[in-house]
Design a protein around this ligand. Structure first.
Ligand code: SF4
Length: 450
């Protein structure tokens, strides 16, 4: 293909100016950029040369290549990817063996200033990488060499990002993603099973427009594509909110397009943009087609999100790190604790009542207070149980003190009868006259003057 630029290649493939501008606007939307960026994207793509690409495949099913190629009637995204200058891809080669290896090294040597490296599939470590050889070399060594000469490395599909299906279960080949092989080369991860071509195109357009990869999260995923939960964008979300769920495949809820959460949908815990960009030329995606999200954009999703039809624990509103099951477990534990304390208290109380009742029966048998034959005993049978202690026995020979007389109450005065005046207080006692006083001697009369 003649290399007179991306735009010229697109026009030769039948893209109209209107389609091109629509493509630029769609890319701005896919990159979560304001619509005002569409003209800038269009200008950058118009001025750009075709991007040289070296595409390496490790342990994978080839689904990411299929996603790139399968277009019944190519849309603008497919056309854009179609006009990339793919210098090496083993599925496109007309040669094999040594010639294939020569094609790879030639592509790498042809662009000393760099090319774009795209890696599909995982690389195995077991048996010195012998489970996946490319041209007789371990895939990990080839990826390391290709990434060293690249301006950026893009891992497409979940296998290249974190090992994917080959790393599931006991990971018999010790498969892993390629991030640890790229050294200091800029790296971007586009997980998914398979990768969405729209996300790959948007990353390339961002690189062409801004000469750098888009902002990414800690896993290297572009925030524009993996910055929100699938659940938040899903067209079935209103049914989730209203508690309308499909309970079995093919039941009334499934036929009405209700939420697939109870059939194992992993949308509430998966970051991705499938509901907005969709697959198959933006026609549909799995939930739209009637199957729950399997969480394929989540790291290690085969192990972490499976089984595919197991229901996720319900999230707690406004507390995304908690689930209803966690809160329910904590509440159950609290209730069990309170019930246990209450049971211990009731047991102690019951034991004390039994002791009091035994003491009461013993007292009744002895004819003491509390006997039903006495008034006190009759009261004791209905009143709260109060058992008096045994009466003290008087010592022999000691007379019992007579009970204190109870004073008679004063008679109430008759109405209309004047009350007698209270008795006047008695006068103070007159002191007895002393002998001096009787002799006419007053105090102080025995002084010198006297
Ligand atoms: S189908 Fe899945 S992603 Fe959609 S609303 Fe239900 S749980 Fe969320």
């Amino acid at each position: 293909m003649q290399d007179d630029g991306l735009y010229a290649a697109l026009v030769r493939r039948g893209m109209t100016r209107r389609s091109f501008l629509q493509f630029s606007a769609a890319m701005a939307a896919a990159l979560a950029l304001p619509a005002a960026y569409a003209p800038r994207i269009a200008a950058a793509v118009e001025a750009s040369k075709r991007l040289p690409v070296v595409w390496i495949r490790g342990q994978a099913c080839g689904g990411d290549t299929e996603a790139l190629l399968r277009s019944a009637s190519p849309d603008t995204v497919a056309l854009f990817l179609d006009v990339l200058d793919i210098r090496y891809h083993d599925a496109f080669l007309g040669v094999s063996g040594g010639d294939a290896q020569l094609a790879l090294t030639s592509a790498m040597d042809l662009f000393p200033n760099g090319y774009l490296a795209v890696v599909e599939g995982s690389v195995p470590d077991r048996a010195s990488g012998g489970y996946c050889l490319l041209g007789g070399r371990p895939a990990a060594d080839v990826v390391r060499d290709v990434a060293a000469g690249a301006v950026a490395t893009i891992a497409v599909g979940s296998c290249a990002c974190d090992g994917g299906a080959p790393a599931a279960g006991d990971n018999s080949t010790q498969a892993r993603g390629v991030k640890g092989l790229v050294g200091g080369t800029p790296y971007m991860a586009l997980p998914g099973c398979p990768v969405n071509p729209v996300n790959l195109a948007s990353v390339l357009v961002h690189y062409i427009t801004f000469n750098q990869l888009p902002p990414a999260d800690l896993a290297g995923r572009p925030l524009s594509a993996y910055g929100d939960l699938i659940h938040n964008q899903c067209e079935r979300r209103p049914h989730f909110e209203f508690g309308e769920f499909a309970l079995e495949w093919g039941d009334e809820g499934a036929q009405k397009g209700w939420c697939l959460y109870k059939l194992g949908c992993k949308g509430p815990e998966t970051m991705g943009n499938c509901p907005t960009v969709r697959y198959g030329e933006q026609v549909s995606w799995n939930v739209h087609a009637g199957h729950g999200c399997v969480g394929c954009m989540t790291p290690s999703f085969w192990n972490e999100m499976g089984p595919a039809y197991r229901r996720l624990p319900s999230p707690v509103p406004f507390l995304p790190n908690l689930t209803v099951d966690m809160v329910g477990g904590a509440l159950l534990g609290g209730i069990a604790g309170v019930t246990g304390v209450h049971a211990v208290g009731m047991g102690a109380r019951f034991k004390r009542r039994r002791m009091i009742a035994a003491r009461e029966r013993a007292s009744v048998a002895a004819g003491g207070p509390g006997s039903p034959s006495t008034e006190a005993g009759a009261q004791a049978s209905t009143a709260p149980v109060v058992v008096p202690g045994p009466l003290p026995t008087p010592a022999p020979g000691v007379a019992e003190p007579a009970p204190a007389p109870i004073p008679e109450p004063l008679p109430a005065p008759s109405p209309g009868i004047a009350q007698p005046a209270p008795a006047a207080p008695p006068p103070p006692p007159t002191p007895e006259p002393t002998a001096d006083a009787a002799a006419g001697i007053t105090p102080g009369s025995d002084t010198e003057e006297g």
